[in-house]
Write a protein that binds this ligand. Structure first.
Ligand code: ZN
Length: 330
């Protein structure tokens, strides 16, 4: 509800609504503030102020103030819920956040073959299989071209900022990143971008990081391998371990934890073995929680300094990885 409300206010800014109602205001002082005659009480000298950035109004004459919905309540004499229904009818056709993300994801997938550095990066991370790249819907964000692409399709800059695809400065949020789509209930809810150069390594859009990766196919296996990174998952799938899933970080969301525990199974926790021990600490804490839910956790110990990705990139093979699974203590 709260999110829908914010979306509604994004779709129909207060100032636009007032102008549709033939309200005229002039710029007042500095900042995006407008003043005009109050539509809520009779007056001859303008005392009704609208702040376009904050999307709020205030009248110094009658003392009323608030947001778009409050204005509709007062001007149309409607309840809060009636006002919402009224505005739903008034506002432009709803924009579906998943639809925008899908367009962005499709755009980024098309860029993958246009930028040799993207393929090079995948190669370097051991991901070579073209069918797998398509299956995982891997894309590439060169940066600087998504905004133009989506605004040409009629999406407003405000809306694109709201999705997080475009930042407050008006630039593409993803810049020189390999991208993976994140799904929830098979609906695209986010994009994960791995920097291919000096930028901060991991980036998501605001909001949920989604389900365990490909859970609808992985959940059928009596034992699953859980990894923290998409490149870990990619090399494991490439090596034939189709029972691998990924939580995108060592911290599982409540939903991801629930998925993992939806039936009795063995879970091989295969987190990074890093120098500070944080990956293994996270694995042991998670193992404890899983055991309490009737799951059989096994913490896989990779050679020191490795994650599943680097293990395969540096020559490890499926047989060796299988031995590590077998050696994982209960
Ligand atoms: Zn007033």
């Amino acid at each position: 509800m709260g999110e829908d409300l914010e979306l509604l206010k994004y779709r129909l800014p207060l100032l636009d609504y007032l102008r549709q109602q033939n309200w005229t205001g002039r710029l007042a002082g500095q900042g995006p503030e407008f003043v005009g005659l109050c539509p809520l009480h009779p007056e001859t000298r303008p005392s009704f102020y609208v702040n376009a950035r904050k999307n709020l109004f205030y009248c110094h004459g009658c003392g009323q103030g608030g947001d778009l919905i409050r204005f509709v309540e007062l001007s149309q004499h409607l309840s809060f819920h009636q006002s919402l229904a009224y505005l739903e009818r008034q506002s432009v056709p709803p924009v579906d956040p998943a639809a925008v993300l899908e367009r962005a994801a499709a755009f980024y997938q098309r860029q993958l073959d246009r930028y040799p550095e993207a393929r090079q990066y995948l190669e370097q991370r051991g991901v070579r299989d073209s069918a797998l790249i398509r299956e995982l819907q891997i894309g590439y964000a060169p940066g600087g071209s998504l905004r133009r692409h989506l605004t040409a399709q009629g999406y407003s800059l405000d809306w694109l900022r709201h999705t997080g695809l475009i930042n407050l400065q008006g630039h593409d949020a993803f810049y020189q990143r390999v991208l993976f789509p994140c799904y929830r209930d098979q609906r695209l809810v986010n994009l994960y971008g791995r920097s291919t150069c000096a930028g901060f390594a991991h980036r998501f859009l605001p909001g949920s990081k989604g389900d365990l990766v490909a859970w609808e196919s992985v959940c059928q296996f009596p034992s699953v391998i859980l990894v923290e990174g998409m490149f870990d998952l990619a090399v494991l799938w490439q090596a034939g371990f189709r029972n691998a899933t990924c939580s995108l970080g060592t911290h599982l969301t409540a939903d991801q934890l629930q998925q993992l525990c939806d039936r009795p199974r063995t879970v091989y926790l295969t987190f990074d073995v890093d120098a500070n021990g944080s990956g293994q600490q996270a694995a042991h804490a998670l193992a404890h929680r899983l055991r309490a839910q009737g799951i059989t956790p096994r913490c896989v110990l990779l050679p020191s300094g490795h994650d599943p990705n680097s293990f395969f990139v540096q020559g490890g093979d499926a047989r060796q990885f299988h031995s590590l699974l077998e050696a994982a203590p209960l």
